[in-house]
Design a protein around this ligand. Structure first.
Ligand SMILES: Cc1cc2nc3c(=O)[nH]c(=O)nc-3n(C[C@H](O)[C@H](O)[C@H](O)COP(=O)(O)OP(=O)(O)OC[C@H]3O[C@@H](n4cnc5c(N)ncnc54)[C@H](O)[C@@H]3O)c2cc1C
Length: 427
């Protein structure tokens, strides 16, 4: 899916703020040059296929997504066509095998999220929900019929999904959820779902809603695939949550279920408890770890370009001042470390050696560092930081959300703390 296109016209991506590689330092035949865009040579760890996939994704994102993002963010206007465009390129569910999916490595799928998030975390969120949470969940837990029915259309971006775990009263503690699944009062072979989910990416536009609910017989959490087209009027509502101050280029909403019918055949057959949603989240969290490095790298590129152009005091570019350089040095270091760590965990994941705590570690660290550095880099723009034309404020607002969803950073600290001490501090 990726390879022919890439090999024919591979070229490095550029953002409107990139200024080439002028700052490579001390290059000579005997000394390699320092590359501020890839300081620890993470590219050297990638396979040829991964490099090609990354270039395809970067090119699509810079050429097709970047021009749309300012308007989308200003008007909170998510263009769902983006998912079908990604589907055409094979970017959806890319690390899944079969069902029209590309079957690439975990690292390659992370490089795709990095390319998308370099443009905007909202676009990456829309893709991650489709790819990792919903397609990944169906691939992992679904019956053959469920896989055949949903995955090929979802891989093309023709059927859109959302993932409903969070409830108005239960976010960090989904085990206390109130949504229930009970037998349908009149229809044999059907259940009804009752309850509400909130802050659900893509819910207003989703054709299939993966809903987690407590099953009447056991009280344990089970996963259900609700098909919007089969829900009678009044049983399923998915109102959008408007006027967000982050992730405005994505669409977010609620899922309100009032005796919402779902066939028993649309329940995941075996998985129960939190291991279902948490398995899906693990894969998405990996994508966030590399994705946020894309957002941070874009902040770095924009800040560097700005600092080289902006002149203050004796007509010096502000990039000449030590305090500005320190901000860039910190951010470039964190982006490089975060990228290497994510590549390592991706390799371990494909070898079956990654633990959930490793994913917690890179999700937490990369989100925290991306947010913290982005906030500091924003200062370099002075008053212009307030204008959305400069892009940095959008990343800062988005990165707050990445630090909050899919396990707020402090919750990941508790997961790591439990693994380190053997004592759990959640309650
Ligand atoms: C734009 C957006 C998109 C989202 N998309 C989805 C989606 O597609 N699907 C989905 O299911 N959810 C989604 N979410 C929800 C998200 O996952 C939750 O917001 C997140 O899990 C936090 O839950 P909460 O908002 O209820 O915060 P709370 O759980 O109320 O937490 C508030 C604060 O308290 C802290 N806290 C809570 N418990 C403890 C504790 N025991 N010890 C120490 N500190 C604690 C938290 O760390 C946090 O800082 C989305 C959220 C946003 C903002």
């Amino acid at each position: 899916m990726f390879r022919p296109a890439v090999r024919r016209c591979a070229r490095p991506f550029t953002t409107s703020f990139r200024q080439g590689r002028a700052a490579r330092s001390y290059a000579s035949a005997s000394h390699p040059a320092f590359d501020w865009e890839d300081p620890l040579a993470s590219k050297s760890l990638l396979t040829e296929d991964e490099l090609a996939i990354s270039e395809t994704a970067e090119r699509y994102c810079q050429e097709r997504m970047l021009p749309r993002v300012l308007e989308a963010y200003r008007n909170e206007n998510y263009d769902a066509k983006i998912l079908s465009e990604m589907g055409e390129l094979g970017l959806l569910g890319s690390n899944l095998e079969g069902y029209g999916c590309a079957g690439v490595s975990t690292v390659a799928s992370g490089l795709i999220t990095r390319a998308v998030e370099r443009v905007d975390s909202g676009y990456r969120s829309g893709m991650s929900v489709q790819s990792s949470l919903v397609m990944g969940g169906i691939h992992e837990f679904g019956t053959d019929e469920q896989k055949q029915k949903f995955l090929p259309e979802m891989a093309k971006g023709k059927m859109l999904g959302c993932f409903g775990l969070t409830e108005p009263n239960h976010g960090s503690d989904p085990g206390s959820m109130e949504t229930t699944a009970r037998p349908h009062p009149t229809k044999k072979g059907y259940l009804v779902l009752n309850g509400a989910k909130t802050w659900i990416t893509n819910s207003p536009i989703a054709d299939v809603l993966m809903v987690w609910a407590k099953f009447h017989e056991t009280g344990k959490i089970r996963g259900f695939l609700v098909e919007r087209k089969d829900c009678p009027a009044g049983t399923l509502e998915t109102p959008a949550i408007k006027n967000k101050n982050g992730l405005r280029a994505s669409i977010t909403g609620m899922i309100q279920m009032d005796n919402c019918p779902v066939p028993e055949a649309n329940m995941f057959p075996d998985v129960e408890g939190l291991s279902g949603p948490f398995t899906c989240l693990n894969s998405a969290r990996y994508g966030i770890a590399l994705g946020t490095m894309g957002a941070l790298e874009d902040c770095i590129a924009r800040t560097r370009a700005y600092a080289l152009e902006r002149r203050q005091f004796k007509n010096n570019p502000i990039a000449k001042y030590q305090l500005v350089q320190k901000k860039l040095a910190d951010a470039v270091t964190d982006a490089a470390y975060g990228t290497l760590a994510a590549i390592q965990v991706g390799r371990l994941k494909d070898e079956g050696k990654a633990t959930p705590e490793m994913i917690s570690m890179i999700k937490r660290q990369n989100c925290d560092r991306a947010l913290s550095n982005a906030r500091v880099l924003q200062e370099v723009f002075g008053g212009n930081a307030v204008s959305d034309e400069y892009g940095i404020g959008r990343h800062v607002a988005n990165l707050f959300v990445t630090q909050t969803y899919e396990g707020q950073s402090d919750i990941h600290s508790l997961i790591l703390g439990r693994a380190i001490t053997g004592l759990q501090a959640f309650v």
